[in-house]
Write a protein that binds this ligand. Structure first.
Ligand code: ARG
Length: 450
């Protein structure tokens, strides 16, 4: 931290140097930092703050730093403090004194805010693409296997027979909302802070809108203090990520359950399964367990970002340097998790016969009898009571619903032809109400999601 210390007699202590460096996380946004600097230099040239040849030298130097970084030749060190100082140091080594002109009309405060927004825009585009991919994977599974009959659960107890597509699309709609949330969050990330300076603006005749345009931002952050102090767009992104991974963790939890011997609904691909170091028979669902587990990390990231700005006075405070680690972690973890879930859904095998195996005669058809009684005019509550009593009798006698006799049906107030209601597929297909589990409703939703 040798530079920017002309007013001090002593250097910072080694402990302080280590403690204060943000370089390790900053290294993830070298490209963004160079891009922002180039746009700033161009704009300074266009408004006449810098001469054309000065701009050329700066752009050449920045370009070179980019290639050096890719080649592993530009290696920032802890003494650079952060990526902005590292680039400035290297730039001055390469182009000489004119390197120091690049920092006209900007501050590291608006630089870091700009870099992070550029970083976020690129990653949010990728996250959005990944979420699209996951919706597509779920829709594709629905198209290929959606007619498989299965128990629909509430309280993890069998409730009513449904089609697998109904279950898969319930997940798909949640992911669809995640992609909408990403789009909304992106709109608030998409504004340029560059040229805000430390927080008060600058007396130089800069053109912030032009810099924003060069960087591909949709607009500028209107207030210079807000530009360097705001972190709510990061919190919003982390919140969007936290909700998205929550959805993934629900799918993951089901897949852990479904891949167990007790359910055996699915067989996860070898690619997403690991063995045990002691139990030779094991095929552990580690991939989905990790998706579920990483959710906790993303929640932690969100909490860190919220706590970081709680009670923080305007405007930039060095605390804010702690924003990148949780933010980058939340976003990359979410992208990785979504991408892995696409692979998992696309490759797992479904055991159709297992989904359906125990549905014949299953008590989960009891609602059909109650609905049929309600159709005869009996109040649904009364029908519910009558069927519940019958179900208790059957359970006591260890009988399944398909052993119901004509006499028992008649005792209930129904007729022998009502036995047809006890076919689980017919029960699912009868649910043609909007959003119901019938295949016609599933097809309608596929079209909407596509
Ligand atoms: N490394 C700092 C950060 O990442 C850059 C801004 C430092 N500004 C300052 N006035 N010390 O937030």
């Amino acid at each position: 931290m040798s530079r920017l210390r002309d007013r001090f007699d002593e250097p910072v202590s080694p402990a302080m140097e280590r403690f204060a460096s943000s370089l390790d996380v900053d290294l993830d946004m070298v490209a963004e930092d160079l891009t922002a600097s180039k746009a700033h230099a161009r704009m300074l040239g266009e408004v006449g703050v810098l001469a054309t040849d000065e701009v050329e030298q700066l752009l050449g130097g920045l370009e070179r730093i980019g290639s050096e970084f890719v080649a592993g030749e530009f290696v920032p060190t802890t003494s650079d403090e952060d990526i902005h100082m590292a680039v400035e140091r290297r730039l001055t080594e390469l182009v000489g004194e004119v390197g120091g002109k690049l920092h006209t009309a900007r501050s590291r405060n608006d630089q870091v805010a700009t870099d992070v927004r550029l970083w976020l825009k690129a990653r949010l585009a990728r996250l959005s693409e990944a979420l699209n991919g996951l919706v597509s994977a779920l829709v594709a599974r629905t198209e290929s296997d959606g007619r498989i009959l299965m128990p629909g659960y509430t309280h993890l107890q069998r409730g009513q027979p449904i089609l697998l597509g109904h279950h898969l699309l319930a997940h798909a709609w949640a992911v669809d909302r995640d992609r909408q949330r990403v789009a909304a969050a992106t709109s608030r990330v998409d504004a340029s802070p560059l040229g805000a300076g430390a927080m008060a603006g600058t007396p130089h005749a800069i053109d912030r809108r032009r810099t924003a345009e060069l960087l591909g931002f949709g607009g500028v952050v209107e207030n210079a203090m807000d530009a360097v102090a705001a972190r709510d767009h990061m919190q919003e992104v982390a919140a969007v990520c936290a909700i998205a991974v929550t959805h993934l963790s629900r799918m993951a939890a089901e897949l852990v359950l479904w891949s167990s011997a007790e359910f055996a609904f699915v067989r996860l691909a070898d690619a997403h399964t690991t063995g045990s170091s002691i139990m030779p028979q094991k095929r552990n669902p580690d991939a989905v367990e990790l998706v579920r587990g990483k959710t906790g990390r993303v929640y932690g990231d969100l909490m860190s970002l919220l706590t970081l700005t709680k009670g923080l006075p305007m405007s930039y405070n060095r605390d804010l340097q702690e924003d990148r680690r949780p933010l980058f972690d939340a976003v990359t973890t979410t992208i990785d998790s979504v991408e892995l879930m696409i692979e998992i859904w696309s490759s797992l095998e479904l055991a159709a016969e297992r989904f359906t195996a125990e549905l014949a005669g299953d008590p989960s058809l009891a609602t059909e009898l109650a609905d049929a009684l309600a159709e005869t005019g009996m109040p649904f509550r009364q029908a519910h009571r009558a069927v519940a009593r019958l179900m208790a009798e059957l359970a006591a006698a260890e009988r399944t619903l398909d052993t119901l006799t004509d006499a028992e049906l008649e005792g209930l107030g129904l007729e022998p032809h009502h036995r047809a209601l006890l076919d689980p597929r017919a029960a699912a297909e009868r649910r043609t109400s909007l959003g119901g589990t019938s295949w016609s409703e599933i097809e309608r939703q596929i079209a909407l999601l596509r």
